[in-house]
Design a protein around this ligand. Sequence first.
Ligand code: MSP
Length: 512
Amino acid sequence: MSRPEKSPFYVTTPIYYVNDAPHIGHAYTSIAADVLARFHRLDGRPVFFLTGTDEHGQKIEQSAEKAGLDPQEFTNRISQHFRDISPLLDLTETRFIRTTETEHKKGAQAIWQRLIDNGHIYLSTYAGWYAVRDEAFYNEKELINGKAPTGADVEWVEEPSYFFNLSRWQDKLLAFYDDNPDFIAPESRRNEVISFVKSGLRDLSISRSSFSWGVPVPNDEKHVMYVWLDALTNYITALGFPEKNANNYQTYWPNVVHLVGKDILRFHAVYWPAFLMAADLPLPKRLFAHGWWTIEGQKMSKSLGNTVTPRDLVDRYGVDQTRYFLMREVPFGNDGAFSKAAMIQRVNADLANDLGNLVQRVLSFIHKHADAAIPNPGELTTADTELLTFTKNLLPKARCEIDQQALHKYCETVWQGVSEANRYVDAQEPWALRRSNPERMKTVLYVLASAIHHLALLASPVTPRAATKILDQLSIPKQNRTFSHFDESLIPGRPLPKPEGVFPRLALQDGE
Ligand code: MSP
């Protein structure tokens, strides 16, 4: 995909239900969005990164009741747990939206009104199955052994309801997918959505009238908006829609990438574009559906008590380590298997041994044997220019991978540079040159410091703390830590601080 230089970039995570504490699945999407946001910022693009909490609906109302709290008080409390994962995981969101904010509610109602004005909503009665856990309607044929296809319990619901004429959008949706082959990724998910839409769409119930915890339907306060309609609109209300001159909406909406889990793709790939078309609003540019993590080979569930929280991960492995593992371990789009053993193996191999040792070896050597300053290089050999060309060329490659949300490939690419640099150290043996050819040793160390500069900048979206440490140790001025300074040569003679390790090795603990 090509994109104009410096165009704005907008990335969203799903807004998380506040019935539950944050877990590895939430951390996963948020970290992925953060990596994209950080990369594009380094690349000089204006970035808006949105995350937040989904706070209405029957599921939340019931959870609040169980907790013996008023729903607003309950959502205030749980929403804060989601907000807390940002400092924990070094997330750099621009905005954290809550659907109980007044501005969001007004925005959602404005979109409802547009659907009414355009003649796409009618009042009728819903009689069918509803799964509170999924906040989704199912018809009889979809049920498997009396449960939703997701395994959620269903209940029979019969109530007055407003409907959205989804069935009328089938052809337009199919034409849209056809005209925009990059709209849904990965390809396999796109195909699933297309066959689902081809199999026929039924009108969608978009209001509930048997409980009240939701956005009131304009002009009919007996109904609250269906929580998915309310929730999906957050992606534009967060940008100020429908205010006149909502600058963020104008700037960012045309460049959105929605990251979602595979289980909620249908809401984003079918309902959301249909709502927007019907409201005469522009459609999102890109949807990426990622897979699900299992824990030590099992589905994560409360009943199994095997939930892995962001706090568990950070306390045990570290922030950068958690971020790197989740991004690197599985192709973005596939399901992933989390295990302690895989985590420790990955962290020790890629972070402690490959990147950590490279940096530590080179910088301590410079500190001890090259006057603790960027060495003065002599003439470069073919091997020198080869390494520098290799690490320089990682940037355009990385851009392509980021544009495809191929986050695992992005990590792979950067770590290919790490391997090249390690091979170069082994081949050049600067420790041997110290006696045999001190001038050549300086050149080799200069080349290595330059390669490490490239690698640290490229790694920084994924492992921001380590990258900062490395760039500090290379005395790179803070304002120069962007891709526009990527090709700048290091200044010989610039003093370097005493290096310290960036990635400690992890040892297995009892029971791991
Ligand atoms: N509130 C809706 C989203 C509304 S967006 C307009 C919702 N919330 S959720 O909290 O239930 O789920 C949020 C995300 O977590 C989903 O993308 C879901 O795929 C993801 N995950 C939940 N469990 C997961 C794993 N075990 N692994 C990876 N992601 C998982 O749905």
